[in-house]
Design a protein around this ligand. Structure first.
Ligand code: NAD
Length: 486
């Protein structure tokens, strides 16, 4: 990829320059180097993509599922072959470490693997003699043109929460990736091009709000998947629903972990630390608040301080680095301001990551791991998504009191408990108002064959990404009631 090169869109089986002259710089968050210029496509580009996808649909839906998944088997092979190269690109544009990027590409590939099961997953069901002389059959049919709008923090995995299932089910697809990180997914589309799919089956339109608005309003787009912050999720959900589209929106998060006194003292702090500070805290499943219960307050703050302060921060391509920068200078400024707010609201700074200086990378958006102890119960930080390497600590006398704290959170993406007690874990699992639950697991990330199940302010819609939910989302059910008189 040439420095400063203008990225083309991929529409109707061709790479073509966007109609817009507006571009945005794509910047390496560790080095501040400009990597490319991404077009801010608008209505004309989205219309081209929607028309190409609509034209490709009739033939693609008639292509047998068994033939459709052959393309995905090839895609898996190509992704495996180019795994390392894509992972490096991911680190360069997003900032996460190479190990984290490799893990992300692995998770992306798993979704391709699951979608290869469509000939089984997409089956309907039938009943002979549903009524006297009448047979009834449920079949699933694709919707048509579907689109996905994705965030900066998982530039390859999140688009692949949608693309493989949409295609396998017989839909044609438009992706509008994050304008901050368009490079690794553009590389994936170069691999998709090699599959020789019929033109228009997959389309890539770069851009930001104007492209999203055009997708929301285009009549050919039947369904939309969105992943990003909650305010934008709410906007996309209501505008898409107003025009009758099927829509699923995964929003922001504020995830809690509860540490009971009988949690394993060896493994708990490292797992919470990895969850809070991995990907520089820019995971929607990151633990943001750890609530110690009773005696756990005696050992956990010191254990997590030791784990957090041992993290080597730097450029994700460099050896031994365990945490990279945050995505933009604006993110860094926002995170540092929220750390200041936590301290001014009464929390104690056990570790202050502001003003990080990383040798060799003076321009990088680095924030060191930060720990705010004794966050007051009325602090705005209890419910504000920071989306950076900041972990707040709270303390509760009992599991019941800890659960009451969690129930006040407007988000419900994930929650974890660390304990040696099956009864406590069962109570937590039963009562916690979150959709992805970890039991002695710090990052409660469902595998591709399970839905990514955010709740409350973290999700709008009914069917989630991945697994069987994806098949439900991307198909329409039709019930055929048959009688054949003699
Ligand atoms: P974002 O909301 O800023 O952007 C997401 C997408 O929406 C991008 O493609 C962007 O171009 C587009 N967009 C941004 N502003 C828009 C507007 N005003 N109108 C229309 N479209 C707009 O999110 P981000 O900063 O890229 O990603 C971080 C957020 O995503 C965090 O809140 C994080 O919790 C969330 N996230 C959630 C999940 C989940 O599964 N729930 C997963 C990953 C990230």
């Amino acid at each position: 990829m040439q420095t400063g090169a203008q990225l083309p869109n991929y529409i109707g089986g061709q790479w073509r320059p966007a109609a817009t002259s507006e571009h945005l710089a794509v910047v390496n968050p560790a080095t501040a180097e400009t990597l490319a210029q991404v077009p801010l496509s608008g209505g004309a580009d989205v219309a081209l993509a929607a028309e190409a996808a609509a034209a490709a649909f009739p033939e693609w839906r008639r292509t047998p599922p068994e033939e459709r998944v052959q393309y995905l088997f090839q895609l898996k092979r190509l992704l495996e072959e180019h795994w390392e190269e894509i992972a490096r690109l991911l680190t360069v544009e997003n900032g996460k470490t190479l190990a984290e990027s490799r893990g992300e590409v692995r998770r992306a590939i798993e979704n391709v693997e699951v979608a290869c099961g469509i000939p089984t997953l997409m089956q309907g069901y039938s009943l002979e003699d549903a009524a006297r002389g009448i047979d009834e059959t449920l079949i699933r049919q694709p919707l048509g043109v579907v689109a996905a709008i994705t965030p900066f923090n998982f530039p390859v995995m999140i688009p692949l929460w949608f693309l493989p299932y949409a295609l396998a089910c017989g839909n044609t697809f438009i992706l509008k990736p994050s304008e901050k990180v368009p490079l690794a997914i553009a590389r994936v589309f170069q691999l998709l091009e090699r599959l020789k799919l019929p033109p228009g089956v997959v389309n890539l339109g770069h851009g930001a709000k104007a492209a999203v608005d055009a997708l929301l309003d285009h009549p050919a787009v039947r369904a939309l998947s969105f992943v990003g912050s909650s305010p934008v999720a709410g906007y996309v959900y209501s505008r898409a629903a107003a025009s009758g589209k099927r829509v699923q929106c995964q929003g922001g998060a504020k995830n809690y972990a509860v540490i009971l006194p009988d949690a394993d003292p060896e493994t708990t702090a490292p797992m919470v630390s990895e969850s809070a500070f991995g990907c520089a805290g820019q995971r929607c499943l990151a633990v943001a608040v750890a609530v110690t219960v009773g005696e756990a307050q005696r050992w956990f703050p010191e254990a997590i301080r030791a784990a957090a302060s041992s993290i080597k921060v730097g450029y994700g391509l460099d050896e031994g680095v365990a945490m990279g920068p945050v995505i933009t200078p604006q993110s860094k400024a926002r995170i540092e301001a929220l750390i200041g707010q936590g301290a001014s609201e009464g929390a104690t700074l056990l570790l202050d990551g502001r003003g990080a200086e990383i040798p060799g990378y003076p321009q990088g958006n680095f924030v060191n791991p930060t720990l705010l102890d004794d966050l007051p119960p009325r602090s705005a930080l209890m419910t504000t998504e920071i989306f950076g390497p900041v972990l707040s600590l709270m303390h509760a006398p009992t599991l019941e009191a800890a659960l009451e704290i969690l129930k006040q959170c407007p988000y419900g993406n994930a929650a974890s408990i660390f304990t040696g007690s099956g009864a406590a874990a069962r109570k937590f699992r039963h009562e916690v108002p979150a959709g992805n639950v970890g039991i002695n697991v710090g990052v409660a990330a469902p595998m591709a064959f399970f839905p990514f199940s955010g709740w409350k302010g973290s999700f709008l819609g009914a069917l989630h990404a991945q697994g069987r939910d994806a098949v439900e989302f991307y198909t329409e059910k039709k019930v055929v009631i048959e009688r054949w008189p003699k």
